[in-house]
Write a protein that binds this ligand. Structure first.
Ligand SMILES: NC(=O)c1ccc[n+]([C@@H]2O[C@H](COP(=O)([O-])OP(=O)(O)OC[C@H]3O[C@@H](n4cnc5c(N)ncnc54)[C@H](O)[C@@H]3O)[C@@H](O)[C@H]2O)c1
Length: 347
C-alpha cells in the first residue's frame, strides 16, 4: 500500500509527540519533512530520526512535491493562515486546536475547507479518540443515563508547568484560558449533549500568580453555559493544580450520571504508608492523552488512504471557537453573552 508522506510544522511540546507518532507508530505513513522557526529543533529531529527534509520556513516545506499531507502543531495564532495555505496547495491537513483565535479566523478556515471537498481536514480534538471518552459517548447513545442535561468539566493544568505556560501566554499565542484550555471541554459538551450553546457568563482571576492579571488572562476561571435546549454546562479551567494534570468530566442525565477522570491517577499503583494512602497523578497532557494522540493521528492517515472524512468536522472547530471566544468576551466585560456568531463579531 502507498505510504502517506507527511510534513509537520511545529516541533515543540506537542509537535514532537505528533512527529514521533507519525515517524514510528503509524502504518502506511512516513514523516518526510519537519519545520520550525528554530533551526536547532529542525536539525535535532532530522538527525535523531533520520528525516530527509527540514525547513525553517513553512512556505519552503509546502513547496516540497513529495508531500501529501501537512500536520500543524505551531502556536495557535498561526493555525488559520497555515491551514489555508496548505489547503490551497492541495494538501490534506491536520491542525491542532483551536481553529483560530478569533471567530472571523475560524469562519475563514471553514470557507477554505469547504472549497476543497476532496482533501481531508481534521482538527485535533483528541479527547474524542480517548478510550474513556469514547466509552462515555457509547453509553450516552445507548440511553444508559437517559437524556443528558448537565455537563460539568474540570480542565486543570499542573502548577509545576506554570512558568513555562506564562512564557507561552505572554507571547499572545494561546487566546486565553477559555480558548486554549476549555475548548476541549466545549467540544465534548457539544458532542455529548448534541446541542449548541445559547448564552454564557464567565468569570475568573489570578489567585496564586498575579502575573496573569498583567497579561489580562485568568489563572483560574469558570464559565456557566446555557445550551439551546436549556441544558447546563459548568466549565472550570485553571493553571494552578497542585496535584498534577486534572481533567474530569461529569455528564448528568435524566436516569443517571457518568464520570470520567474523577481521580486522574497515573496508574493502578496505590502507595500506603505513614503519611497516608497515595495515588500518583498524571503530570500533563502528553501522559494523560498519549493513546488519544496516537489514535487521532491514525484516523487522519486512514481517512486519507480510505478517501473518507473524519467524524470531527470544521464546524466543530468553528462552534467551539465561537463558544470559547464568547467566554473570553464575557470574562473581559463581566457581561452575560448571547452566543450568536454575528453578535460576537460585531461586539
Ligand atoms: N490537543 C492538545 O491537547 C494540545 C495540547 C497542547 C498544545 N496544543 C496546541 O498545539 C499547538 C502547539 O502547542 P505546543 O505546546 O506544542 O507549543 P510550543 O510552543 O511548545 O511549540 C511550538 C512550536 O512551533 C514552532 N513555531 C513557532 N512559530 C512558528 C512559525 N511561525 N512557523 C513554524 N513553526 C513555528 C516553535 O519553534 C515550536 O517548535 C498550540 O496550538 C496548542 O494550542 C494542543
Amino acid at each position: 500500500m502507498k505510504k502517506v508522506k507527511v510534513g509537520i510544522v511545529g516541533l515543540g511540546r506537542l509537535g514532537r509527540k505528533h512527529a514521533g507518532n507519525l515517524a514510528f507508530r503509524i502504518p502506511h505513513c512516513e514523516l518526510t519533512a519537519v519545520c520550525s522557526v528554530v533551526e536547532e529543533e529542525v536539525q535535532e529531529v532530522m538527525d535523531a530520526w533520520n528525516i530527509p527534509y527540514g525547513y525553517t520556513k513553512y512556505e519552503d516545506m509546502l513547496a516540497n512535491p513529495e508531500l501529501d499531507a501537512i500536520f500543524i502543531a505551531s502556536p495557535s495564532n498561526f493555525h488559520c493562515e497555515q491551514i489555508k495555505q496548505a489547503l490551497s496547495l492541495g494538501f490534506h491537513v491536520f491542525s491542532e486546536k483551536p481553529l483560530g483565535l478569533y471567530v472571523e479566523e475560524a469562519l475563514d478556515v471553514e470557507t477554505a475547507v469547504k472549497a476543497h471537498p476532496d482533501q481531508v481536514f481534521m482538527l485535533g480534538f483528541m479527547r474524542r479518540y480517548d478510550r474513556s471518552y469514547m466509552a462515555a459517548k457509547e453509553k450516552i447513545e445507548a440511553g444508559i443515563i437517559g437524556k443528558p442535561f448537565l455537563i460539568r468539566c474540570y480542565g486543570l493544568d499542573p502548577a509545576s508547568k506554570m512558568d513555562s505556560f506564562l512564557t507561552f501566554a505572554r507571547a499572545n499565542y494561546s487566546g486565553g484560558l477559555f480558548l486554549d484550555m476549555s475548548i476541549h471541554d466545549f467540544d465534548l459538551a457539544r458532542w455529548y449533549l448534541g446541542e449548541e450553546a445559547k448564552e454564557v457568563w464567565a468569570i475568573g482571576g489570578s489567585y496564586a500568580r498575579p502575573e496573569f492579571d498583567e497579561i489580562e488572562d485568568a489563572e483560574t476561571g469558570a464559565a456557566m453555559v446555557r445550551f439551546e435546549n436549556n441544558a447546563i454546562g459548568i466549565f472550570v479551567a485553571g493553571r494552578n493544580c497542585a496535584h498534577g494534570y486534572h481533567i474530569e468530566t461529569e455528564i448528568i442525565g435524566t436516569k443517571g450520571t457518568l464520570r470520567i477522570g474523577t481521580v486522574p491517577e497515573r496508574n493502578q499503583v496505590v502507595i500506603m504508608k505513614d503519611e497516608g494512602v497515595i495515588q500518583e497523578c498524571v503530570d500533563g497532557f502528553l501522559e494523560r492523552f498519549e493513546q488519544a494522540y496516537l489514535s487521532e493521528t491514525e484516523e487522519f492517515i486512514n481517512c486519507i488512504l480510505d478517501k473518507r472524512k473524519p467524524a470531527i468536522t470544521v464546524k466543530d472547530g468553528v462552534q467551539s471557537t465561537i463558544l470559547g471566544y464568547s467566554c473570553k468576551k464575557s470574562f473581559e466585560t463581566g457581561r452575560l453573552i448571547q452566543v450568536k456568531t454575528e453578535k460576537i463579531i460585531q461586539g
